[in-house]
Write a protein that binds this ligand. Structure first.
Ligand code: NAP
Length: 245
């Protein structure tokens, strides 16, 4: 049996109310982790099933707000052992339609949010002898995406660069940092896409299907766990072969 070592560990999942974060929270519950679940979607957050978890704390936290994130980390019951940072937003506006406000919002949530949470948990992890951070990029960081907007692709490419920086900085302090680039995972995030866009995504995926959230969430849990104890600074594609590095 493989032992994730996450039983009794404090694991923070952001974007936990939906999609990949929700799937990660369920898996982590099964591992007996102590869960901290954050999102801006209060109803969704309250409904997350956490069977098996050693403890559960839920909080409404907007990841784009640096002070809010720092305060929320301080309010957690101890240093965080691992973070699976799924909170994000997706837009598809063509370049001429991207206005300054939408550029700023996507960068604030997707890129500044990743920075905010990483910076906020790092001191506690160092004091605690280490930890693991899993960030979420995207297939769009690799290729520009199929329908993704410029700010979305740019924000996710930024997350990839941030991952490398954090890995350089955090490694000597025992903090492992990795990033997942999902392909097309069937979550509420993709509800805005047309059937044609989904068919195009299937056609662009050598496995010829879209993925279910647990298929991506499981990889995040592994990266957050001792099973990935020597995996560091990696950009892991979970995309059915849509992009092969
Ligand atoms: P999802 O189902 O939309 O879940 C994301 C969650 O984050 C939602 O509950 C959302 O709330 C929340 N959120 C949005 N802004 C937030 C903020 N400022 N602070 C805190 N929470 C916030 O998305 P997903 O598909 O699971 O995606 C998870 C991660 O994978 C994202 O970073 C996404 O960009 C990335 N990704 C996903 C795919 C895919 O195919 N699904 C592909 C590539 C990359 P609201 O619903 O209220 O906005």
């Amino acid at each position: 049996m493989l032992d994730s070592g996450l039983g009794g560990r404090l694991v923070l999942v952001t974007g936990a109310a939906s999609g990949i974060g929700l799937a990660a929270a369920k898996i982590l519950g099964g591992e007996g982790a102590r869960l901290a679940l954050w999102d801006v979607n209060a109803d969704g957050l309250e409904a997350v099933p956490t069977d098996g978890a050693a403890s559960v704390e839920r909080a409404i936290v907007d990841l784009s707000d640096t002070t809010t994130v720092a305060t929320a980390v301080d309010a957690l019951p101890g240093p965080v052992d691992a973070v699976i940072h799924c909170a994000g937003i997706y837009t598809t506006s063509p370049l001429p339609e991207v206005d300054e406000a939408s550029w700023d919002r996507v960068l604030d949530v997707n890129l500044k949010g990743a920075f905010n949470i990483s910076q906020a948990v790092a001191p506690g992890m160092i004091e605690n002898g280490g930890g693991a951070i899993v960030l979420f990029g995207s297939f769009a960081a690799r290729t520009g995406g199929l329908r993704a907007s410029a700010p979305y692709a740019a924000s996710k490419a930024g997350v990839a660069g941030l991952t490398k920086h954090l890995a350089q900085w955090g490694g000597p302090n025992g903090i492992r940092v990795n990033c997942i680039h999902p392909g097309f995972i069937q979550t509420p995030m993709n509800a805005i896409l047309s059937d044609q866009a989904k068919a195009d995504a299937v056609a662009a995926t050598p496995l010829r299907r879209l993925a279910d959230p647990p298929e991506c969430a499981a990889m995040a849990v592994v990266l957050a766990s001792q099973l990935a104890s020597f995996v560091h600074g990696v950009e892991l594609d979970v995309n059915g072969g849509m992009y092969m590095a």
